[in-house]
Design a protein around this ligand. Structure first.
Ligand SMILES: Nc1ncnc2c1ncn2[C@@H]1O[C@H](COP(=O)(O)OP(=O)(O)OP(=O)(O)O)[C@@H](O)[C@H]1O
Ligand SMILES: [Mg+2]
Length: 326
């Protein structure tokens, strides 16, 4: 039986496909998963199944159990707010799953690239992430349900922080310390990949996808990861509204921080953002669109300066972020 036949059989067993032909239409050229859209008698669904090995130049091995982490995150997030994640309809062989297809919900990255930049939506993203963190903070049950530290190390800490640390004598110690601090904190449920390409602009606000890296850890990581993407895009697209969107995201997130001292979290998020910005120009997973040497220099110089002299708060880093040195 081919893998696809396996999926079709799983869909039938879950009552999600009739007896006729089931057509799996690929949805993305993603590096970590097969994702298909499937028309079923009860409407369109999305089927996602993790690949054993990521489709990137520098090979990353990642256990396929990450599919299960994603399902758990989606279900948990819907428990916090049913608007912010798609409904999981069934789990399938090979850690695949089926979820409801969200119609008329463009990917936020595509909207930003088309110049539709709405700081109000960015604020809603900040509120959504903070809501999941707030609902899961200091929860013994959530901590037990997401014991994915090895996966988070392999897919996030190593490629984004330690890889750069190993190749940078000057900043290595600071990045090592940051990585150590990040993995030591067990505060709330972290999504792990909050990027505009994993957020849909849904009718009721942001919908978060792609939670394969979910872990019980430091919530500052999600905020830093998403802010990093907006600051990189500000440089790439040269659009001040992306700086505004980043500021709105950070501000709205901060309002939702009820589980710990917000100043401490913003300090950690500022440090992490500086490191992630550097990782996107020097790391194992460079931002594919930052190819212009001037863009890279603008990101690299500001990131390095913020690692050497960390900003007191993420808001400060965002407020001072330059799109160009010209
Ligand atoms: N429930 C859904 N409704 C509508 N579209 C969806 C849904 N789930 C996924 N998609 C589409 O499929 C794309 C890929 O989904 P997802 O990010 O989960 O997979 P991925 O393989 O991990 O992607 P990548 O590696 O590119 O981030 C999304 O960007 C979106 O366009
Ligand atoms: Mg994705």
């Amino acid at each position: 039986m081919t893998a696809d036949a396996d999926i079709v059989e799983g869909l039938r067993a879950a009552g999600l496909a009739g007896e006729g032909d089931v057509v799996l239409v690929p949805l993305t050229g993603g590096v970590s998963c097969d994702v298909w859209k499937v028309e079923t008698p009860s409407g369109p669904i999305v089927v996602k199944r993790p690949l054993p090995q990521l489709r990137v130049a520098a090979e990353w091995l990642a256990p396929i159990e990450r599919g299960q982490s994603e399902v758990r995150w989606l279900r948990r997030a819907r428990g916090v707010d049913p608007q912010i994640a798609p409904e999981v309809l069934a789990e399938l062989p090979g850690y695949g799953f089926a979820m409801r297809f969200l119609p008329d919900s463009p990917v936020w990255k595509d909207e930003l690239m088309a110049g539709r930049i709405d700081p109000g939506f960015a604020a809603a993203v900040g509120r959504g992430i903070a809501a999941v963190h707030a609902a899961t903070a200091n929860s013994v049950a959530d901590r037990a349900a997401f014991p994915n530290d090895d996966m988070f190390r392999a897919l996030r800490v190593d490629p984004f922080l330690l890889h750069v640390a190993r190749n940078d004598a000057e900043l290595g110690p600071a990045l090592d310390a940051l990585a150590g601090d990040l993995v030591s904190r067990k505060i709330a449920l972290v999504h792990g990949d909050v990027s505009p390409k994993n957020i849909l602009v849904g009718a009721g606000g942001p919908v978060f996808l792609d939670a394969e890296c979910a872990v019980y850890g430091d919530p500052a990581f999600d905020l830093a990861f998403c802010t990093t993407h907006l600051l990189l895009k500000a440089v790439w697209l040269g659009d001040a509204r992306l700086n505004e969107a980043a500021a709105a995201l950070v501000d709205a997130y901060r309002t939702g921080v009820a589980w710990e001292d917000a100043d401490g979290l913003m300090l950690r998020a500022g440090r992490l953002t500086a490191a992630l910005l550097l990782a996107r120009v020097e790391g194992k997973s460079p931002a594919p669109y930052l190819t212009d040497p001037d863009h890279k220099r603008v990101v690299r110089d500001q990131a390095r300066a913020s690692i050497v002299a960390p900003p007191p708060s993420l808001a400060g880093l965002v407020a001072n972020w330059k799109r160009t040195f010209a």
